[in-house]
Design a protein. Structure first.
Length: 292
């Protein structure tokens, strides 16, 4: 029952994200003559040049890719992705029939950087939420998922970079003015890619970031008391032995949130004999409650 409820919530989220991305294209991308990243960027340029709607192009490309993903990648992933692509495409086609000129951010070639930043921000949010629920926007993301499954050691960064670079270069010709190359769309495309990737990656890392302190000390008792009392955190104790000195040492591992970083450093300063190193943790799972 709980699993079905989670699935329903995820499909509702997919619908909302599909509608949001469609509005993003209508309000911020289309009016400002630049192509975003990946397959959608190619679709936008085709619409600009041949007046063939992005909505139809998205369906033509993504429906076969989702069928491919259903058999060769993962069924739930492909179904949610297909659902997103259909919602996005149909919403986009419907919005094209309406007049949104009063709501569109048309920079008219002046300070176009602002609608690009907004578009990149919204796209990054869509990408981040979709990846968190095991779905994607289609296109190159499906190819990336397949390659990561079949060849996990393949660096797909260069594949994505090549596609986005090709979109950026092509946009110089597609949006050319009076026979002269227009480099501005290429710059806007790269800015869009950077913003959307940054936001998407930040969402994937999650809000539960933390710091993992590993402390090697011969005075664990006092240090443990301070950690418990001042930070209201526990720690994991492991006994070890120094290779050079052959002395018995205690290794403490403690995970804290970023707001307690300074407090923890102040505690460590009282124990100059301790050897400490810290690692950044992008996500935590399970019991992460403070001790009362």
């Amino acid at each position: 029952m709980e699993t079905k409820r989670v699935d329903i919530v995820q499909f509702v989220v997919v619908v909302l994200l599909g509608v949001l991305l469609a509005f993003n294209y209508i309000l911020f991308i289309n009016p400002n003559n630049f192509a975003p990243a990946g397959i959608n960027g190619i679709a936008v340029m085709i619409q600009y040049k041949f007046n063939f709607s992005v909505g139809y192009m998205s369906l033509i490309i993504n429906v076969p890719l989702c069928i491919f993903a259903f058999f060769l990648i993962e069924k739930k992933f492909s179904i949610k992705t297909l659902f997103f692509c259909v919602v996005y495409s149909l919403t986009y086609l419907y919005l094209q029939t309406l007049d949104f000129s009063k709501f569109q951010y048309n920079a008219q070639g002046i300070d176009t950087i602002y609608p690009v930043i907004i578009a990149g921000l919204l796209s990054g949010l869509v990408y981040g939420f979709l990846f968190k629920i095991n779905a994607c926007t289609g296109g190159t993301d499906i190819v990336a998922k397949y390659l990561s499954k079949k060849k996990p050691f393949l660096n797909f960064f260069w594949v994505m970079f090549s596609i986005n670079a090709a979109v950026a270069i092509a946009s110089c010709f597609v949006y050319a003015e009076n026979g002269f190359l227009n480099y501005k769309p290429a710059c806007l495309c790269m800015l869009y890619c950077f913003v959307s990737s940054f936001i998407g990656n930040a969402m994937l890392k999650g809000a539960k970031s933390a710091y993992n302190f590993t402390i090697v000390t011969s005075q664990p008792q006092d240090l443990e008391k301070e950690i418990l009392k001042k930070l209201r955190h526990s720690a994991t104790r492991v006994q070890g032995q120094g290779i050079y000195s052959n002395e018995e040492k205690t290794i403490l591992t403690c995970l804290i949130n970023k707001h307690q970083l300074v407090d923890f450093e102040n505690i460590i300063k009282k124990y100059p004999e301790a050897f400490v190193y810290v690692q950044s943790v992008s996500q935590t799972f399970g019991n992460f409650k403070r001790i009362k």
